[in-house]
Design a protein around this ligand. Structure first.
Ligand code: FES
Length: 187
């Protein structure tokens, strides 16, 4: 008995390998792009060039930071908060009984003489190194009005002193000096 022939379902053979045309563009010129104007934001210090990062110090123009505002700068590849405290924030910091603090320091000790409104600290939580919130526009400042670390809930006051949560120390104040009324040199 003859067996029924099986149905050939195989696809038609490819008509050969498709060819691609390779176009070598040896040189594509984007003349003009390099000359385009680029708006430099106020906080351009957030992204300093590599040569700036390599330096041991960095200079920052603070003239545009209004009371109640802060900026995030970068110093040795780490964030730095530069904050212009309001009179209310200064008095809130000065009202605190320093002896009651986990890391006892007055606002005066953490700022330069005659410039207690300029609070300059590293933006690195002293618990496990997260970047606290509070320096950016609209960021939460925590219940003590300074900075709040979202990683494990450390709250810092308006002198960036640790007030609540697991962080053991105040935000570190780096070495810095005013080179003029509007320029700070960190490092
Ligand atoms: S790293 Fe900030 S609270 Fe843990």
């Amino acid at each position: 008995m003859a067996e029924q022939a099986s149905i050939d379902t195989s696809a038609p053979a490819e008509e050969g390998v498709r060819r691609r045309d390779f176009i070598n563009i040896a040189a594509v010129s984007f003349a003009g792009v390099g000359g385009a104007a680029v708006l430099v934001p106020l906080v351009s210090q957030m992204a300093p060039s590599a040569d700036v990062l390599a330096q041991s110090s960095t200079e920052i123009d603070i003239s545009a930071i209004q009371p109640g505002q802060a900026i995030k700068a970068v110093f040795r590849k780490q964030p730095v908060f530069i904050r212009n405290l309001t009179p209310e924030e200064i008095s809130a910091a000065e009202k605190v009984d320093v002896a009651s603090l986990r890391d006892p320091q007055s606002l005066e000790e953490r700022t330069k003489e005659g410039k207690t409104n300029w609070l300059i600290t590293m933006g690195v939580c002293t618990h496990l190194g997260c970047v606290p919130l509070g320096a950016g526009e609209g960021e939460v400042k925590g219940e003590f009005g300074g900075y709040f670390c979202p990683c494990h809930g450390s709250s810092y006051d308006t002198a960036a002193r640790i007030r609540k949560g697991p962080a053991p120390k105040n935000l570190e104040v780096p070495e810095y000096a005013f080179t003029s009324d509007t320029v700070v040199k960190i490092g």
